[in-house]
Design a protein around this ligand. Structure first.
Ligand SMILES: [Zn+2]
Length: 259
């Protein structure tokens, strides 16, 4: 059986890593953004508009101006309110009750709001609670199909491994690797695995330190992770949108070559 050629990353890099921060927390612009910049890195910050950006957009505008991506994480952070640990979700924002029209309207308004903040017309989306569908039973609808015309890419279902980049990779449902609560070794192992496989690791971080979010990474682990990534010169660390654009261009070129 032929071994597939590994995906090629720019400037001879072995793999790609995106660091993503969810839920529009103040600790993201107070700590994460400056820490990334001190290491020469940039990340993606997924904002749910009603959580804070709607009444305090300026710190996010400054973050975007320094080269980070502001990603769309919906208006109200709706999730599937099924399991017992999902009761914190307001009934009004239960994804099982959403129609495609409502979902697309809300995501579209969040995009318009983000454009008012950073002036950009292209960005990526992050599924809320890693939920991949709206509706239930006969109305169950995959999110991927509803967002294709609105985004370059989307971080979708939860995964415990880097993303294998193939020609038929669906950019609208990229696996997210939840970094919260993990020890540093689990994170550096995942990065090394991405290097071995020429793949793309999308790390997902909510809070940084106790009291910032109910799910978080320890501040020292966050800092050491950035140290590690900055020292890995063969790893391309960039926002989701930048890496997604590279993947799309490479795959389109490969498609033309085979035609
Ligand atoms: Zn979230």
């Amino acid at each position: 059986m032929a071994v597939p050629t590994p995906f090629s990353w720019p400037a001879g890099r072995k793999c790609a890593v995106s660091i993503t921060y969810d839920d529009a927390l103040p600790v993201h612009y107070e700590l994460a953004g400056p820490a990334l910049e001190a290491h020469g890195l940039r990340g993606t910050f997924y904002l749910n508009i009603a959580a804070g950006p709607s009444h305090a957009p300026l710190p996010w505008r400054e973050l975007a101006a320094r080269g980070h991506e502001l990603g769309n994480h919906s208006l109200f952070h709706p999730c599937r309110r099924g399991a017992a640990d999902r009761r914190w979700i307001d009934k009004a924002f239960d994804l099982r009750q959403y129609t495609p029209h409502r979902f697309q309207q809300e995501v579209g308004i969040a995009n318009a709001f983000l454009q008012l903040i950073d002036g950009r017309s292209e960005r990526s989306y992050a599924y809320t609670c890693f939920d991949t569908h709206i509706g239930r039973w006969r109305t169950r609808t995959p999110i991927a199909g509803m967002i294709r015309d609105k985004f370059i890419a989307a971080r979708g279902a939860r995964t415990d491994q880097p993303i294998a980049v193939s020609r038929d990779l669906d950019l609208m449902n990229l696996g997210g690797f939840l970094a919260d609560t993990l020890p540093l070794s689990a994170l550096t192992d995942a990065v090394k695995r991405a290097g071995d496989e020429s793949s793309w690791l999308i790390l997902v971080i909510d809070g940084i330190g106790a009291g910032t979010h109910n799910s978080f990474v320890e501040p020292s682990i966050h800092h050491n992770l950035l140290d590690f990534l900055a020292s890995e010169s063969s790893t391309w660390v960039a926002p989701v949108i930048e890496i997604a654009k590279w993947v799309r261009r490479e795959n389109e070129e490969a498609l033309h070559l085979t035609k």
